[in-house]
Structures are given as C-alpha cells and as structure tokens.
Design a protein around this ligand. Structure first.
Ligand SMILES: Cc1cc2nc3c(=O)[nH]c(=O)nc-3n(C[C@H](O)[C@H](O)[C@H](O)COP(=O)(O)OP(=O)(O)OC[C@H]3O[C@@H](n4cnc5c(N)ncnc54)[C@H](O)[C@@H]3O)c2cc1C
Length: 383
C-alpha cells in the first residue's frame, strides 16, 4: 500500500464509521434499500471509483478498490454489495464497450448512480448458458424477452448490463450482452427478494416483454456474451473477497472488544481462547494476502484465472468460519440478530458471483491445464 492508497483507505474507514456502521442494523431489520448511502457518497465520487479518469471517474486501480471495499464490508456487506455489484457491471463495459457506450454507461456513476449485472435466470444459475432470455434483431433495434432473477441493484440501477441469447440454439455461444437503460417500456419489475442476509441490498426478479433497445447497445459482437460474463466475473471476484475479509475482520474486532469488556481486569481466560483469536487472524490475513496477490497480478497486467477463484473461495469461507467462531467465543452475547447479520451476510458470499464449487472447477481446470490461463470455465458456460 502506498501513501495515496493508505489515505484513500483512511477516508473509506471514516466514511464507513460515520455513515454505514450506525445504520446497518436498522436497514438489515427493515430490509429496505439503503438509498441514503448513495446520497451520502455523492460528494466522494466513490461509486465511480472503477470509472477511468478519462470518463470522469476516480480511476482507482484494483488494489485501491479492494481496500475501499474491505472497509465497506467491515461496515455492512449489504451496502458493500451495492457498490461491488455496480462495479461488476462496469467491468463488462470496460471489457467490451465502445467509447460511446462507456461514456453513456458511466455517466450515472459520476453522480452516485448504480449499475447492475443481469446474467442469472430461474433455469440458469451456475450453468449460465442455459438461459431462455432472447434478444432478436429487428431493424436497428434488438427486442428483448425473458426473465432475470436474483439481480443485485436490479430495482435501483440507472443502467444494467443484461445477457440474452441472440441465438438460443447455440447455448452459451449464442449469448450476447447489452446495455439496458432504466425506465424503458417492457421492463417489468418483479418482487424484491426477501433474503436471509444482505437484506438491505436490492435483489430483484424482472421480466423483459418486447423491450426494445437500439442495436448500438450491443456490447462487443453477437455471441460474445459468455466471454464477457466470464471475464467480468474473473475481474470482479476479488471484490467479493474484499467484502468478505472486511466482514471477517469486523467479527474478530467485535469479539475482541467483547472479551475486553467481559474480562476487564485480567488476561483472557486460557491460552486456548487466545489461540482461537490468533487462528481467526491467521485466516483473515491469509485471505487478505491471497486477495492482494490477485490484485497485484491484475495491476501488472499478468494473466490470471485461478487466482481470483482462489481469493474468492478462501475469503468467503474465512468470513463464514470467522463469523461462526466469533459467535462461539462470545456465546449468547453474539446470538442476536445484530451479530447474526455477519453470519447471514457471509453465507451468500459463498453462493453469488459463482458458487465456491464452481470456483473449484475453475481452479481445477487451471491446475490441470496451466497454459490455458484465461477463464477456462468459459467453454462450459459455468459461472
Ligand atoms: C443475494 C444474491 C445476489 C445475487 N446477485 C446476482 C447479480 O447481481 N447478478 C446475477 O446475474 N446473479 C446474481 N445472483 C445469482 C447467483 O450468481 C447464483 O445464485 C449463483 O450463480 C448460483 O446459481 P443458483 O443459485 O442457480 O444455484 P445452482 O446453479 O442451482 O447450484 C446449486 C448447487 O449446485 C452446485 N453446482 C451447480 N453446478 C455445479 C457443477 N457443475 N459442479 C459442482 N457443483 C455444482 C452449486 O455449487 C450449488 O451448491 C445473486 C444471488 C444471490 C443469492
């Protein structure tokens, strides 16, 4: 971390302490979207941290973004997910967008707008190529039809990257990616998901019924969708790792705070308990280093594929384990909905942006064929 990154991290820490931590439990309870955070973050430009400077954004590199996301994960994984899912969608545009598409897509983020990445369908989760949503060319337009589900920010985003088949018969190879602006006729919003965790993060089902968009909204070429989606997920997975590491560190810090309060005058009881705390810190630090290594590879423009999958799997498993260990050490004091939020939020991190089983497929393929360094899962259409 250089001096500039340290300063950015400190600013993020202060923002989280002031705006996120005090409100996280309240929004978790209501399940309402934490829209206020967009307003609070407006002056910082943080929702445009992944937008290159030439498009008016902050142009933070991957490691700097991860430092910010770790702080947001420390404060509230739901609010962190809003930020990271928006960045996820931006990655697709950065990968495949034209200059004009980038300018249009990034514009809302400059004023704390958010984006969404819509790949999943009821019948297409891990097997992302099994979707039924279609995009049929009609003159200078495409007409989109079909369902999308479990879409983070879907009900709040100003712009979305939506995946749909331009040739359904080709399966994963027939998938294409499109920019869809909010508010078009034919974009039918479904219900908000009532989730176990990440409760104030907006997650929705939506349906597209003859939704017409200009053909210029196609990202890349027809059939590029799966490639764009897999490359996007490769780039974005470490962000989930960053949120998970922040969540795990928060659990350890809360646990230590509780133990200090409970045993004010003497040492913590027994070495076993101290070993437990040390083990938690070992897990967190290991995950953090794996994640920073991934970011360093990316910043050096070196090829990577198994590393983001390793970083995501490790960090999210650590978040689940550490949140559970913290509850064990704190006993009934942690068996509250407020502390339980950490475990509930950690659980989904093992599921979204590719389950940890799918990450293992990516890792295994890379181990078996190390020369194929770019998203080996792409061929199978496995998310
Ligand atoms: C809170 C939340 C937010 C989300 N946000 C988004 C979003 O913004 N955009 C988006 O597009 N999607 C989003 N998703 C969807 C998410 O990416 C999918 O849920 C995920 O990819 C898994 O798909 P699935 O739920 O259909 O599970 P399935 O694919 O049905 O998997 C079920 C189980 O089978 C295992 N499995 C499946 N295939 C294999 C295999 N080949 N080998 C071994 N095991 C396998 C999985 O690991 C899992 O344990 C979100 C989901 C949640 C819960």
């Amino acid at each position: 971390m250089n001096a500039e990154q340290a300063e950015i991290r400190q600013t993020a820490k202060e923002f989280v302490a002031k705006n996120i931590i005090p409100h996280a439990a309240e929004y978790d309870k209501s399940g309402d979207f934490h829209g206020y955070i967009l307003e609070a973050a407006k002056s910082s430009g943080i929702f445009a941290m992944a937008v290159p400077k030439e498009y008016g954004g902050l142009g933070y590199g991957p490691l700097t973004q991860a430092l910010v996301l770790e702080e947001w994960g420390y404060g509230c994984a739901a609010m962190g997910t809003t930020l990271s899912a928006s960045i996820l969608s931006m990655e697709s545009v950065l990968i495949a967008g034209t200059d004009d598409q980038k300018r249009r897509y990034f514009k809302p983020m400059l004023t704390a707008g958010i984006g969404a990445f819509a790949l999943t369908e009821p019948a297409a989760g891990s097997d992302a190529g099994a979707g039924v949503a279609t995009a049929i060319k009609s003159g200078n337009d495409y007409i989109l039809n079909g369902p999308k589900c479990w879409i983070t920010n879907g009900g709040e985003a100003a712009v979305l990257v939506v995946f749909a088949a331009t040739d359904l018969a080709k399966g994963a190879k027939g998938l294409s990616a499109f920019i869809v602006e909010r508010g078009l006729p034919g974009f039918i919003m479904g219900d908000r998901e009532e989730k176990l965790g990440l409760r104030s993060s907006n997650t929705v089902f939506f349906f597209m019924k003859d939704l017409r968009i200009p053909a210029t909204n196609l990202l890349g070429s027809e059939g590029d969708g799966m490639k764009i989606a897999m490359e996007t997920l490769d780039l974005a997975r470490p962000s989930i790792g960053a949120l998970a590491i922040g969540l795990a560190q928060r659990c350890l810090d809360e646990c230590v705070k509780h133990l200090h309060e409970r045993y004010p005058a003497k040492m913590f009881p027994g070495e076993t308990l101290q070993f437990d705390l040390a083990d938690m810190q070992i897990q967190i630090e290991g995950a953090r280093q794996a994640q920073h290594h991934t970011m360093a590879l990316r910043e050096a423009d070196l090829p990577f594929s198994k590393e983001p999958a390793i970083a995501k799997t490790l960090a999210t498993n650590v978040a689940m384990a550490v949140s559970s260990q913290a509850m064990r050490l704190m006993g009934s004091h942690a068996y509250t909905s407020e502390f339980g939020k950490f475990m509930r939020d950690a659980k989904v991190m093992q599921i979204y942006e590719g389950t940890n089983q799918i990450q293992r497929l990516v890792i295994a393929r890379s181990v078996l064929a190390p020369s194929k360094v770019i998203a080996p899962a792409m061929k199978e259409g496995a998310k």
